[in-house]
Write a protein of this length. Structure first.
Length: 472
């Protein structure tokens, strides 16, 4: 996820950012250049067309004026008009039909005649290209004049050399300026990438110093407003979860080792005593009986640990089937009656009609028996445990109520932790291994449900399992 400060991957990352920045800058500069060149070319061409339009109109008006003065002498009027309209760079020609009457000497008459013949009166008042006019080509415009019922045409022609010259300057500026701009942009982009990735390098250095022994450390960044703050916050959250998981794992291993050590010590002690000298058969029988009892406790503990481990790894598949909760709860109450009878505890089972359900019957039975066993263990002799089944529109509730020793408010959030026993009253002498309630929580959640606890010290506790209508 993170890289060392001199790691080539980090340098490559910085280089890729710079290359992407250059590619984007080049694309934008290319678009800008095309737009600028096109706009400039269009603007210069429009300016040339406006000049042609103005000069051709002025020449046509002047020709009519001269015709009036010359009493209709078209050749003299045309000659006088083009001489008076001697505008630099503008070629003028006056035509009587296809016959050239007069022109200035800026272009051969044959060229003017060919232009007039090619376009004719169809292009009156419109500018058009004339590729044959100079190497740069040209633009032309024709205006119509009438005198005495006769139609005359005035041709104005200009070279594109001024346009091409201006565009050539722009082209050279763009072509020679692009490498310089790209070099400056690349250096600036690399510097910006290096600066903006510096927090990532610092975070990488901090990550390298974090091990399983100091998961309580957190990443620190110099600029709280930096965009990498989100990444640092997310990674710190991951560290916090890992720290909590490692802490839970350490406590779990320590507690499991402690719980496993006790029955193993008992088994070994009984075996050592029995083997220390020859004994009567009755004493061997008593030793084997003690070993057998501790072995059963050890087997139960190992099974519980194995099931919880499988559940944590997501490898425990529910064996869902059709069942009736009312029958299941009644059977569990009958099974728990033997344990309750030893303490003169009354078990009351409240069910209301058939409650069909789909789930893993073996797990649900174990969940209910664990809750009943927990209630009986921590209820004084002569007390009462009540099992209630409530039907809801969206599912069922199973409530186990006792009038036992209760649980302190501060301990309620932790009672579902593995191996947790809040006080001396919940020691190993009084109860099991501290895995019964975690298993209850796991089974309920595996069926899409939840477990709630309400308890008052000295009054009793109520465990409520809320399950959806069915679990597949």
């Amino acid at each position: 996820m993170f890289f060392a400060p001199e790691d080539p991957v980090l340098r490559s990352f910085r280089l890729r950012i710079t290359l992407w920045y250059l590619a984007l800058f080049t694309a934008l500069f290319a678009v800008f250049s095309v737009v600028l060149y096109t706009a400039l070319e269009r603007g210069l061409r429009n300016q040339l067309d406006e000049t042609l339009d103005a000069e051709s109109r002025s020449a046509a008006a002047l020709f009519l004026s001269e015709m009036q003065e010359m009493k209709g002498d078209a050749i003299a009027a045309a000659t006088e008009a083009v001489n008076e309209m001697n505008v630099r760079g503008v070629v003028l020609g006056v035509y009587d039909g296809a016959r050239l009457l007069a022109s200035n000497n800026a272009a051969p008459p044959a060229l003017l005649a060919s232009v007039m013949t090619a376009r004719g009166a169809s292009a009156i008042g419109q500018a058009y290209d004339v590729p044959a006019f100079t190497k740069a080509g040209g633009r032309a415009m024709i205006q119509r004049s009438e005198y005495g019922g006769r139609a005359f045409h005035v041709l104005a022609l200009m070279s594109r050399v001024s346009i091409d010259g201006s565009l050539g300057i722009v082209q050279r500026l763009l072509l020679f300026g692009l490498p310089l701009l790209l070099a400056a942009a690349g250096a600036g982009g690399y510097a910006l990438a290096t600066r903006n990735l510096r927090p990532l390098r610092d975070m990488a250095e901090q990550c390298q110093s974090i091990t399983s022994q100091n998961l309580n450390r957190r990443l620190e960044i110099d600029s709280p407003s930096n965009e990498l703050e989100t990444l640092a916050t997310a990674f710190n959250g991951l560290l916090a979860r890992l720290d909590a998981s490692f802490d839970t794992m350490r406590r779990f291993i320590a507690d499991a080792s402690h719980e496993l050590r006790t029955p193993v010590s008992v088994v070994r002690g009984e075996a050592d005593v029995a083997l220390s000298r020859e004994r009567p058969a009755s004493e061997y029988r008593d030793a084997l009986q003690a070993i057998h009892e501790e072995s059963k406790r050890l087997s139960i503990l190992i099974d519980d640990l194995l099931n919880l481990t499988r559940a944590d790894a997501g490898h425990y598949a529910l064996r869902a089937g059709e069942l009736y909760w009312n029958d299941l709860l009644a059977e569990c109450c009958r099974s728990a009656q033997a344990l309750a009878a030893g303490k003169a505890i009354t078990i009351e089972c409240r069910v209301d009609g058939d409650v069909p359900y789909r789930g893993d019957e073996a797990l649900l039975r174990r969940m209910t028996l664990n809750l009943l066993d927990n209630a009986i263990r921590y209820t004084p002799a002569g007390g009462k445990v009540t099992a209630v089944l409530d039907r809801r529109p969206a599912g069922v509730d199973i409530r186990i109520v006792d009038n036992g020793i209760g649980i302190a408010a501060g301990a309620i959030p932790r009672v579902f932790e593995r191996f947790y026993r809040g006080d001396e009253a919940r020691s190993r002498v009084a109860g099991g291994f501290g895995l019964g309630l975690p298993i209850v929580k796991w089974i309920a959640e595996a069926h899409g449900g939840t477990v709630e606890l309400a308890s008052t010290p000295g009054v009793g506790s109520t465990f409520t399992v809320r399950l959806p209508s069915r679990s597949d």
